[in-house]
Design a binder for this molecule. Structure first.
Ligand code: SF4
Ligand code: SF4
Length: 164
C-alpha cells in the first residue's frame, strides 16, 4: 500500500480544520495559476497512489447518477431503465439521484468497477482536482480529503507551500 494512503489513514481531526482554512485562503487566489499548480500536484499524486489499492470513494460515497448515466448504464446491462432505477437508485437528502448502496453495487472484489467504461459522470470527475477545475470546487476539497487519500495529499502539499 502506498505511503500516501497510510498517511491519510493516520489523519487527525485537526487536518480537516486546517484544510477548511486553506480553502478559504485559496478562495482569494482562484484562477489559472492555482489550477495549473493543482494539475501538477494531481499528476504527481496519482503516480504515487493506485486507486485499485484504495477504492474508498466507491465504498463510502454513493455517486450522483444522471438521466444520461442511467440510459447508458442500463443499455450496457441490457436492462430497462425503470428496472435499473428500481434496483440500483434512490434519492438522497439533497434530492439527488444516487446509487442506493454503499459500497457501490458495481464495485468488484478486486476494487475494479464492473461498469468502468459506462460509469456515472460523477465517478469520472471525482476527486475534482484535475482538468484545471480545482478552483471551481474549492467548497468540496476539505470534505473530500476525509475520503480520498489523493485529495488529502494534494491539500497537505499545498498547505506546506502556501502558508495560511
Ligand atoms: S460505478 Fe464504478 S466507479 Fe462509480 S462508485 Fe460504483 S464502482 Fe465506483
Ligand atoms: S478515494 Fe481517491 S485515491 Fe481512493 S480510489 Fe477514490 S479517487 Fe482514488
Amino acid at each position: 500500500m502506498s505511503k500516501l494512503i497510510k498517511n491519510w489513514q493516520n489523519r487527525k481531526p485537526k487536518h480537516y480544520k486546517q484544510h477548511k482554512k486553506l480553502m478559504r485562503k485559496l478562495g482569494q487566489h482562484k484562477g489559472k495559476r492555482l489550477d495549473q499548480y493543482a494539475e501538477e500536484l494531481h499528476e504527481n499524486t496519482f503516480q504515487q497512489i493506485d486507486c485499485l489499492d484504495c477504492a474508498n470513494c466507491c465504498t463510502s460515497i454513493p455517486p450522483i447518477v444522471t438521466k444520461g448515466d442511467v440510459s447508458r448504464i442500463a443499455k450496457h446491462l441490457s436492462m430497462k431503465v425503470s428496472d435499473f432505477e428500481e434496483q440500483y437508485l434512490t434519492t438522497d437528502e439533497d434530492n439527488d439521484t444516487v446509487m442506493n448502496q454503499s459500497p457501490c453495487p458495481f464495485l468488484l472484489e478486486d476494487n475494479m468497477c464492473f461498469i468502468y467504461e459506462f460509469r456515472p459522470k460523477a465517478c469520472r470527475q471525482y476527486p475534482h482536482t484535475d482538468n484545471y477545475e480545482f478552483s471551481k470546487h474549492l467548497n468540496l476539497h476539505a470534505q473530500n480529503a476525509l475520503y480520498c487519500p489523493a485529495v488529502f495529499h494534494i491539500l497537505e502539499t499545498m498547505q506546506q507551500n502556501i502558508p495560511t
